[in-house]
Design a protein around this ligand. Structure first.
Ligand code: UD1
Ligand code: CA
Length: 457
């Protein structure tokens, strides 16, 4: 039997109090619905249908490169049963349907597989859970023999039914053809005036189909996001899962509760992160990389033995082995550090290559520069790469020494082994091996007296 997934994502999410459609809210760097899509794809379905309504355009725009999605518009949100019926005309009647939710992102493929295993071409299966506080959920009704007979929504439930701890998670698997005919039989004559997908279960039982209920042990998997507080809760849960998996794979985390990964991280042996490190995009670390507290690392490739010290921000960079960065360094996109290079505190680099064993240790801006090997960039050095209209390159050749507080006005080249005296503004090329100096000569006035404070009577 083929599998087709229907993801319900038409709800407005009023309680988020946000202009953004609920399913586009960010969980660990990706929209909620992206997590659900990724999980769906793990099951290799033949098709994925997304029922969308509120913010339809925006949702489609965000997922524009997902070519495997069949978009189904539900103009009015008339209930979960109605939502599923909107998609069914596009579903092969011989397929099995799996219903997922765009705002329930932590469900695991493994759990869904266990449920799918219990449904076949004539029987539906439900994912259920036992909750200490089942309020708000649909309750599972069973007969004397324990067979599932129906689901009663909280709004319709009697006092006695509300005592039932076994709830409907919403996840359901059902043969498409039968789902279609059972959905045709339901109506919206209930307290909420909605077409309840859950009414299908009663229809199925009446038609003599066994409804399997598969228990979900981890209640996090079925947590839906309806508010900012729930979004934060789901984020922490997701982060905890990731941290656990990373530590399992050998990553050292001083405190897994103070680490966030919003993308993917690959790493070699013996990498250790201090607290409050945030990793985004695609990051790859070599062996023995240590990251100090409060660092942000985005889309970067970092070699063996690199030390990123406290409070550094590193984005879009390529760092070779044994480099040292920070504390308080900012490496912007296009920065390449060759092995053994060092970038110290309050140094900003952008679109710059720093050659082997070169260093910019304090208070510098190095942008659009190609720096050779063993170069020393002194404290306070600025590459003036921008003339107000265009950017220009700076070249600093091997073994050059740029004295403190110098301005290199690009385009300009400091030749191999050349020296720029401290406090110079260099606007013409410095020939190899020469000293360039632009500061005014020091004057010494002998006999000069400092003004004295006048005595007041
Ligand atoms: C539903 C179940 C309930 C279950 C609970 C688990 C029904 C009738 N009830 O209740 O048994 O315990 O989920 O969380 O199914 N949606 C649409 N279009 C609609 C209506 C809803 O796309 O017309 C989407 C919503 O965006 C949401 C999801 O379906 O993501 C669930 O809808 P909601 O109305 O919140 O159902 P619950 O009341 O939570
Ligand atoms: Ca809900």
């Amino acid at each position: 039997m083929t599998l087709e997934v229907i993801i319900l994502a038409a709800g407005k999410g009023t309680r988020m109090r946000s202009a953004l459609p609920k399913v586009l809210h960010d969980l660990a760097g990706r929209p909620l619905i992206q997590h659900v899509l990724d999980t769906a794809r793990e099951l290799s379905p033949d098709r994925i249908h997304v029922v969308h309504g509120h913010g339809a355009e925006l949702v489609r725009e965000h997922l524009a490169d997902a070519e495997d999605i069949n978009w189904v518009e539900q103009a009015e949100q008339l209930g979960t049963g109605h939502a599923v019926s909107q998609a069914l005309p596009d579903v092969n009647p011989d397929a099995r349907v799996l219903v997922l939710y765009g705002d329930v992102p932590l469900i695991r493929a493994k759990t869904l597989r266990a449920m799918l295993d219990q449904s076949d071409d004539s029987h539906p299966a439900l994912l259920t859970a036992e909750l200490n506080n089942p309020s708000g959920y649909g309750r599972i009704l069973r007969d004397g023999k324990g067979a599932v007979t129906a689901i009663v929504e909280e709004a319709e439930a009697s006092q006695a039914e509300r005592q039932i701890a076994e709830i409907n998670t919403g996840f359901m698997a059902c043969p498409a053809g039968r789902l279609q005919s059972w959905l045709e039989e339901i109506d919206n004559s209930n307290r909420q005036g909605e077409f309840y997908l859950t009414d299908v279960v009663g229809r199925a039982a009446q038609a003599g189909a066994t409804v399997s209920a598969v228990g979900c042990q981890d209640s996090n998997e079925i947590t839906g996001v309806n508010s900012q507080a729930e979004l934060a809760q789901v984020e922490r849960c997701f982060q905890a899962r990731q941290a656990e998996a990373l530590m399992e794979a050998g990553l050292g985390l001083r405190d897994p509760a103070r680490f966030d990964l919003r993308g993917s991280l690959r790493f070699g042996e013996d990498c250790v992160f201090d607290i409050n490190v945030v990793v985004s995009g695609e990051v790859r670390l070599g062996k023995g990389v240590s990251v100090g507290p409060n660092c942000q690392i985005i889309d970067s490739e970092i070699g063996d033995g690199v030390e990123i010290r406290a409070n550094s921000v590193v984005e879009g960079v390529k760092i070779a082995d044994q480099c040292a960065i920070g504390p308080f360094a900012r490496l912007r996109p296009g920065t390449i550090l060759e092995s053994g290079a060092r970038v110290g505190n309050f140094v900003e680099t952008k679109n710059t290559t720093l050659g082997e064993d070169s260093k910019a240790n304090h208070l510098a801006y190095v942008g659009d520069a190609t720096v050779g090997q063993r170069v020393n960039i002194g404290a306070g050095v600025i590459t003036c790469n921008y003339d107000g209209a265009n950017k220009h390159p700076t070249v600093i050749e091997d073994d050059a020494f740029v004295g403190s507080n110098s301005a290199l006005v690009a385009p300009v080249t400091v030749g191999k082994g050349a020296t720029v005296g401290a406090g110079s503004a260099v606007s013409r090329d410095v020939p190899p091996g020469q000293l360039a100096l632009t500061r005014a000569e020091q004057q010494v006035r002998s006999g000069w007296q400092r003004p004295k404070k006048e005595k007041k009577n």
